[in-house]
Design a protein around this ligand. Structure first.
Ligand SMILES: *Cc1c(COP(=O)(O)O)cnc(C)c1O
Length: 816
């Protein structure tokens, strides 16, 4: 993209404030943290419920960005950059994208539906790639922000677009339609239930169909309810398929063969068969949506057959894994195109676990650019993202090796693997990014730390979602401390702290000094409060700039003594008041002594005053909770008046945020909610599951009636029973109380009851009637069964289940 600012002002009805800066743009950004924001970037300052990008403009100007779309010019920024002032920056982004789309005239496939959009998009791209230079939405960029950004990545060499549109409420599709302007429409699976945000299934369908307002054709699975909503589009060509209705344009029957499906197709006068390597209903439907496009494009039967049988499972996540020699590995080994390289590099930056960064990169396909241009652009990206080393794999990237500094190349993956032992990987972050044909999964498995097959998978998107959910409950000025004690409630301390830093929370909280020291040593810069600092750790706390919570006069005096010896000035401390929890804190009758000890003191500064509630989660104790809040208000006010200070005050934990919104004071302390757990069934619906504890089946056997399983023969089979052994036991944190028929393990959503006693490292389950094989994945907790469910059945609380997962279980972090 190269555009003149003058040409786009009117497109967004902007008022232009010209400061004589560069007036051409070659890229658009909404992410202030991206390292890809250059001097010709047009930055849209979006304003969300939780974040206002205007706050980062000054910083971006320092980094060289010169053009901004804003609602107002932030203080101190006037004259330092060009500004396009608009009423609403998101709408301006959308208007700009829609204008940009109008500059191109090639077929554009628009996809919407409740399920399958991203898969159909990826598959279409794969099926059509031999013949087209397609631009497609990266990952699942299908929202009000994602769609404009996807469209803005079109360039002159593209000759086909594939974009998906996702909506969550009525009235959103109209905006996306104007941006995508699909010429070919595909309605993927629409689901049966009506989603939240729509009055009925019919309403949802008719809203989705708005995407195809002006397209020349609509491809869909024939059904009464869709047909009933099509009345508005009389002129448009419909191209339908069906398993049941032989009046559809394409009539299909299917028969499963081994692990494949044969589709028998009847289209116009023609009948033929194709084979696809899947059996599940969703994959079959998605493959048919793709088939319909190939038919519409008039591909011949042999080409269709040859290409469709190569469809593959789509991996949409970027995964972060622990690597060998203390590396961390970002696995994006299934795609390589310019757009997704940009996204992966931004992800790498948000993770920045190590200074040293290596990218292992295959040839890049389908950029629409000449190789010369493409690899120059890739080299620019590599430099702006401060990548220390590039390992290129493939004939083409090898030919352009000179564009990179510190780069080695190999002709193919096998050559790289042969050389592997001579390459050094240690204490660095490694991004592995390659097209499928390069089989980079082999490289991932070489670089990945080997442990046993039990893993706790952590969904980083879900953490961001949950954080934003609770942020949205706060008043704009309320600060947020997030509790990452006990290794982030068992989910992973550093990775989560890193993500929270990225989201600019205000404080982290840990229980002990050690936890804080390890976060600081790994480079976390957010201020960290230590809830329970032992006096033996005071020196270390000071040395690592942690902030102690002081809860007694004895502790205060001990801390002051050390702080005075070290001649500290205004060292930040936090004062904990006991308002009824009776765990830690100054009680009402010690406040006067506290005031006298601190009056006039310059060694320490009271950053905050806090207290903790005993019953914020329990309606029955609402009066008690309110008495705590009142006492907190009274005692903290007294401290503030007497000491003439204005510290941050905070008392609410997760359930407090939900149940006592009027008592946010200046900050809240979010804990369990971040990890996706609420004790309120209604609120739980809005949270996303964060952790999934998974293992595999080590061995399967069938035992006859009368035989027993495990220690003490506590399970005796009443009938022939199929038994599977799972390599996870109480040493991994699975309570023994979960054994002996009390609990279950999920295998592809089927329940397999735990039989006999849970052993230290293993447990056995009854899989009679459950289709599964050795090596299959099983789920101990996650979406099903949930941590809440386990906690209830085991008579404990979710906190205990989460923090019990032992440290020998490998944590794998990923993003959707
Ligand atoms: C753990 C903790 C929190 C967070 O509690 P959640 O119920 O997990 O939200 C807040 N404050 C203090 C003092 C804590 O110890």
């Amino acid at each position: 993209m190269i555009l003149k600012i003058q040409n786009i002002i009117s497109q967004m009805q902007a008022v232009f404030v010209d400061s004589n800066k560069i007036k051409t743009i070659d890229a658009v950004s909404i992410d202030s943290r991206s390292l890809q924001n250059g001097s010709q970037t047009l930055f849209f300052a979006l304003v969300g419920a939780n974040n206002d990008a205007h706050l980062y403009i000054e910083n971006l100007i320092e980094k060289g960005v010169q053009n901004f779309v804003v609602t107002h010019i932030p203080v101190d920024c006037a004259g330092k950059a060009n500004f396009l002032i608009v009423e609403n920056t998101l709408e301006a982004l959308q208007q700009f994208a829609s204008f940009y789309r109008s500059l191109f005239d090639f077929p554009v496939i628009g996809l919407t539906g409740s399920n399958g959009k991203t898969i159909v998009k990826e598959w279409l791209n794969f099926l059509l790639s031999p013949d087209y230079n397609a631009i497609r939405s990266p990952k699942s960029y299908n929202s009000q922000v994602g769609v404009p950004l996807s469209v803005l990545a079109i360039n002159e060499q593209h000759n086909l677009g594939i974009f998906e549109a996702g909506i969550s409420t009525g009235s959103e599709m109209g905006k996306l339609e104007k941006i995508i302007k699909p010429t070919i429409g595909i309605l993927t699976n629409i689901g049966s239930a009506h989603d939240e945000g729509f009055g009925s299934l019919g309403e949802k369908i008719s809203e989705k169909l708005l995407l195809f307002k002006d397209s020349e054709v609509l491809i869909y699975q024939k059904s009464e309810i869709v047909d009933a909503n099509l009345f508005r589009y009389e002129n448009r060509r419909l191209f339908s398929w069906s398993f049941k209705d032989s009046t559809a344009d394409v009539f299909i029957t299917k028969s499963p063969v081994l692990d494949q499906t044969i589709l028998h197709i009847r289209h116009v006068e023609e009948s033929f068969e194709i084979q696809i390597p899947f059996q599940d209903a969703a994959s079959v439907e998605n493959a048919i949506s793709c088939l319909m496009v190939l038919l519409y494009f008039k591909y011949d039967v042999t080409t269709i057959q040859n290409r469709m049988k190569l469809l593959y499972p789509v991996e949409m996540r970027l995964k972060v894994k622990n690597g060998i020699n203390n590396c961390s590995v970002v696995d994006d080994s299934y795609s390589s195109d310019f757009q997704s390289l940009k996204i992966a590099l931004d992800f790498l930056e948000s993770q920045k676990q190590y200074q040293k960064k290596t990218v292992i990169l295959s040839d890049i396909f389908q950029s629409g650019l000449s190789n010369e241009e493409l690899y120059s652009k890739v080299a620019e990206l590599i430099i702006s993202n401060r990548i220390s080393r590039v390992i290129g794999i493939g004939e083409t990237i090898s030919a352009f090796k000179d564009k990179f500094t510190n780069c080695i190349t190999y002709k193919n993956t096998a050559d790289f693997i042969a050389d592997f032992d001579d390459l050094i990987f240690s204490n660095e972050t490694i991004l592995i990014k390659g097209a499928r044909t390069f089989q980079f999964e082999e490289i991932v498995s070489l670089l990945e730390e080997k442990t046993h097959e039990t893993v706790l998978e952590i969904n980083l998107n879900a953490i961001s979602h949950n954080l934003n959910f609770f942020k949205s409950k706060l008043k704009p000025a309320t600060k947020m401390m997030v509790m990452v004690k006990a290794f982030g409630y068992g989910n992973g301390g550093f990775e989560i702290a890193k993500l929270l830093e990225h989201h600019k929370v205000d404080y982290l909280g840990v229980a002990f000094a050690d936890e804080g020291i390890s976060l600081k040593n790994l480079g976390i810069q957010l201020p960290i409060m230590v809830l329970n600092p032992e006096s033996t750790s005071f020196s270390a706390i000071i040395q690592h700039q942690l902030e102690p919570e002081i809860y007694s006069l004895k502790g205060l005096r001990a801390f002051l003594k050390i702080a005075e010896q070290k001649k500290l000035k205004n060292f930040p401390i936090h004062i904990k008041l006991d308002t009824g929890m009776h765990r830690l804190g100054f009680e009402a009758n010690t406040i006067d002594d506290l005031i006298e000890t601190l009056r006039g003191n310059k060694t320490v500064e009271i950053k905050s005053i806090l207290s903790h509630m005993a019953t914020s989660d329990d309606e029955n104790h609402k009066d008690f909770a309110e008495s705590q809040i009142n006492l907190f208000e009274k005692l903290s006010s007294k401290l503030m008046v007497e000491l003439q200070i204005k510290p941050i005050r905070h008392i609410l934990n997760t359930s407090g945020i939900s149940n006592f919104p009027a008592s946010q004071f200046d900050m809240v302390r979010l804990g369990i909610g971040l990890y996706g757990i609420s004790n309120d069934a209604e609120e739980q619906k809005y949270l996303e599951n964060v952790g999934t504890l998974k293992s595999i089946i080590s061995q399967i056997r069938t035992i006859p009636a009368g035989d027993s399983v495990g220690y003490g023969r506590r399970f005796v089979a009443e009938k022939p029973t199929k038994v599977a052994t799972i390599p996870i036991g109480y040493a991994d944190g699975i309570s023994r109380a979960w054994g002996n028929g009390n609990g279950y393990i999920a295998i592809k959503d089927k329940k397999a009851s735990i039989i006999g006693s849970v052993c230290m490292d293993m447990l056995m389950i009854d899989i009679t009637g459950v289709a599964c094989n050795e090596g299959d994945t099983v789920v101990i907790f996650g979406e099903n069964p949930t941590v809440n469910y386990l906690a209830e059945k085991l008579n404990t609380i979710p906190y205990e289940i989460l923090t019990s997962v032992s440290q020998r279980v490998k944590r794998v972090f990923y993003r959707e």
